[in-house]
Design a protein around this ligand. Sequence first.
Ligand SMILES: Cc1cc2nc3c(=O)[nH]c(=O)nc-3n(C[C@H](O)[C@H](O)[C@H](O)COP(=O)(O)OP(=O)(O)OC[C@H]3O[C@@H](n4cnc5c(N)ncnc54)[C@H](O)[C@@H]3O)c2cc1C
Length: 318
Amino acid sequence: MTLSDAGKLRTEHMVSETSDLHRVIVVGGGAGGLELVTRLGNKLGRYKRADVTLVDKCRAHLWKPLLHEIGAGSMDLGVHEIDYLAQAHWHHFRYRIGELIGLDRRARAVHLAAHVDDEGQQVTQRRSFHYDTLVIAIGSQSNDFGTPGVREHALSLDTPLEAKRFHSRLVNAYIRGHAQSTPLRPEQLQVAIIGAGATGTELAAELHYTTRQLVAYGLDRIDPKRDIKINLIEAADRILPALPERLSNSAAALLKDLGVRVCTSSKVAEVATNGVKLASGEFIPAELVVWAAGVKAPDVLKDLDGLETNRLNQLVVT
Ligand SMILES: Cc1cc2nc3c(=O)[nH]c(=O)nc-3n(C[C@H](O)[C@H](O)[C@H](O)COP(=O)(O)OP(=O)(O)OC[C@H]3O[C@@H](n4cnc5c(N)ncnc54)[C@H](O)[C@@H]3O)c2cc1C
């Protein structure tokens, strides 16, 4: 957003939700923000001691550690997500949908993008809200470190939408493989997961089970042992590099037993339409590539009315 855009927002779409109470806005209803706004609502909002508002770009919260299970298809999203409107009603805060796109610290206002639904219909216009106290808790998104092809050919599991998209592509890939009369191409039914942190490692194990279940539901021309390959690719010399070596070793042994191919000390140079090219020159064929190799804070924080950030866009808290 340019400065003139921000100016336009201020003059055209300032939403006035008048209140004599102290206005607290929490942007981001994730693990941190939702807990905070719920408690503030219960303690302050309920007794009209503050006006508490949650802003989130989504309609519902899903705890991110469940995303790999949505992606693999072992969990039903609807059962686990928390609807912000309902949560706001029961816990005495307001919920306003919109993506944070700007901040005016002098005017004490947050600027939100217009919200557009899945069918391209605009739901809310661009608007701004005033605050007395602002909490920014918009979490993280995956960081591809500029690796060529990631944006075009890999999926990440940052949001429920992306997890559902991955699952849908996975099921379609299996149905296609089952239905076709020609032999499978080398990349077909192969999955490459880049990054063997908690997300990648759990996803690899989860996929092993759910792909077999899928095949058992009547896709019987696919032989899981012969046709399905799950590759877990990690640049460090062991999986789960942030955990003690003992845990890495036992997790690697378990994955090996499941038939997951674990490639450590393997830096990805590029992601292509049909697989992953390693810096060593090796090519790993895969029709589904998941990028789980790192996170950064959302780009909007990079230039948020002069707030200091580090190289991962994280706000510096003093
Ligand atoms: C697949 C996966 C598995 C994980 N497993 C574990 C685990 O096992 N244990 C563990 O402790 N941690 C785990 N984590 C990490 C954990 O999920 C995060 O540490 C935690 O969710 C961070 O909470 P948060 O509130 O900072 O942000 P988040 O939970 O990411 O929430 C951010 C919120 O901000 C909203 N938002 C983002 N941008 C904007 C914007 N511009 N405007 C408005 N709203 C916005 C989002 O919609 C979201 O609701 C995992 C993460 C992932 C992705």
